[in-house]
Design a protein. Sequence first.
Lengths: 305, 541
Amino acid sequence: MTPAISTSGLVKTFGSTLALDGLDLTVDAGEVHGFLGPNGAGKSTTIRVLLGLLRSDAGTATVLGGDPWQDAVALHRRLAYVPGEVNLWPNLTGGEAIDLLGALRGGLDPKRRTQLLERFDLDPTKKCRAYSKGNRQKVAVVAAFASDVELYLLDEPTSGLDPLMDAVFRECVREAKDVGKTILLSSHVLAEVEALADRVTIIRRGVSVESGTLGELRHLTRTSISVETGRPITGLAELPGVHDLIMDSDQARFDVDTVYVGGVLRHVAQFDVRTLTSTPPTLEELFLRHYGDELAREPSEPAGT
Amino acid sequence: MTPFTGTGRLVRLALRRDRIQLPSWLVGLSLILWVTVSSIVGFYPGEAERVRLAMTSAHSPVTLMTNGLVSGASLGATVMTQAFVSLAVGAALMSILAVVRHTRQNEETGRAEMIGAGIVGRDASLTAALITVALANLVLVAASVLVLVASGLPLGGSVLCGLGIGAVGLAFAAIAAVTAQIAETSRGANALAVAALGIAFVLRAVGDASGKVIDGGLSVVSAWPTWLSPIGWGQQSRAFDRDQWWVLGILALFVVVLVSGAFVLASRRDLGAGMRAVRPGRPAAAPALLSPSGLAWRLHRGVLIGWAAGVAVLGASYGGVADEISEMLSDSPEIAQYFEQLGGASLTDTFFAVTMSVAGIAAAAYAVQATLRMRSEEAAGRVEPLLGTAVSRPRWMAANIGVVALGTLVLMVVAGVTAGVVYGLVVGDVGSNVTTLIGAALVQVPAALVLAGVAVAAFGLLPRWAAAISWASFAACLVVLQLGVILDLPQAVLDLSPFTHVPAAPAEDATALPLFALLTAAVALTAVGITAFRRRDLALP
Ligand SMILES: Nc1ncnc2c1ncn2[C@@H]1O[C@H](COP(=O)(O)OP(=O)(O)O)[C@@H](O)[C@H]1O
Ligand SMILES: [Mg+2]
């Protein structure tokens, strides 16, 4: 099956800023793909290149089999975009903006529109000028999900939504996935991607540093284990993959590289285990490994780039 | 904490934000004054030449309308006639834009909320804006006095003339302070204040043109409409002639009353809100909105209606005085003969040619402003979601440019119809006058579209500079039109301005060739802009 999105070696510079530095990204049809990276990593730039709003300096990009720069109009009939910062016309009401964006994309389903307005608790009679950031985001999200398209490009769509609306949004993403749509979801909120994504690409300073299923990526992470035993554990520090060990006669706390968990557990089992808790790896840790560690090694780097 | 706490800090902030804009205005206006004064010194060095200029001007309703009244023939008095109105209008525009920028626009962008959350009093923002603008006008007064005195004019008249310019600037700052409270958006506040400026100009033009010529043609006593206009008050100082200092008192009183009014209005509304209450709008879009043209029409509509109202006032008032002015002039056979000699056209036709040229300038200003809307939409990030749908870049641009072209056409038709109907009612022949004047109005359209084309090209090629380039081109063309002859610019320079190629209809027959050439230039510039926009990155906020 051809992927819904594929880029290879994408480069984009803004003056002296290198926003994308040879980015590779593949999104398969029918999957929810998490696009994860800290602020300024290049997520929005990538999505704008995929929409033909920006032109890449080098590399190739294919969206739904077409060229995003050449075939922008034809492609845009088949996809819906929710920008990271939704700017709307102050004099139009939310309802008008939804209808406008939907119509210009090729029409929207009025039943679905009504339903989504209700679920997102959005008042369509208010002027866009009076909407908060979250409400403007809702307008774009409603317009996107009320359109019948194959691909959704969502750039940090929940950054202004409260937790309740976040839950509604997740439902919408799952419903779209269930009927076979493809979704690219950029985020720096780890929990969101963990909850929704089939596969994840991690981007840092314009390069994808990891890509795979959440399961595949977990091999890069460490599980935290806390154990209480009848006898003090010996020889733990010498085992491969064990880090940050804190021993206290009958208690031990440590992190272990997820691949070594089996061996470590077999060793620990010899010491009369009373209780054992393990905290599964989160994407937070994944970030720490890719950014935290490396940031520590590059102290001269300015923050926030 | 008093209502004014933090005003000083806000003034410094405003001056910092304006460190390019205000100095550009001040340098530009001082330059215009300096160039005008030195060219008058160069061209009219002797008393005899200036007396002849004054007499022709006093008897020409057209000059009285565009330049203002005549009062004496000294060097200073000639400068007052030739330059005062332009500078006063410049000072007014500078003041309006700055006041709105530091009040309503701050609120719109949320800056005011951040400021409001800090330790500043509730009246600090408006006070700071007014102080900033007052400082700018003070500098303008000083610069003007310097230019005048350095050109060898007497100190007293120079100070009065400079103060007059600054006082008109302040009067419009006060008007903008009020409109910033009434309108909901900075665009609206600017539009209302600029409309007030337009009305002030027209009142003054009508009052001066229908004034009485005395002192054997060396002085004009303006009719009552001039006395309703701040620009009129400024010019009635008659600096270098009668030095009527007391008119500054009228302007000061006007400023005090309006500024007090603005503070009262400000205390009666919420931050960010206008005076009008917000009503719930349509829950769904009307089908007419659902296309790029539908959206463009919706976004441009308000601005176009405002301009159309202004042009209608202009057309009607010029149409209303035309007959009276020609009658007045036919009392003086020498003058009538002088005019006939100029072009062989009737006085009324010459008068209407100038009327349409003024309306054409207004239409060009509208066309530039409306074209630049594409840039402000892009800068505000509102083009991104649009181009994310199945709308191509050329289609989006074509929708906007189409509305601008149509709007320009509408403005000129309004000018022709209002002038024709009102003049027709006065002389008892509506039909033929309307037809003639619509024709005379429409020949202005191609030149306006060339300036819109410059804005389209600038938007495509250099989006961040588009506004500066477009308005600078507009201003340059205006300078060429107004001062080209007095500055004795070479024909090649005159030809660069589209206004140079507009036939002076109905005084002169319109030929197709120059109009066709102008339209071709407009189309070519537009094509360049669209092609460039297709190739460039969308500029993001
Ligand atoms: N229009 C632009 N002009 C200049 N620099 C930009 C522009 N857009 C993005 N950048 C820079 O490119 C980098 C990537 O930005 P972006 O793609 O917005 O990151 P993200 O969406 O991951 O937060 C940042 O360093 C940002 O400052
Ligand atoms: Mg982003």
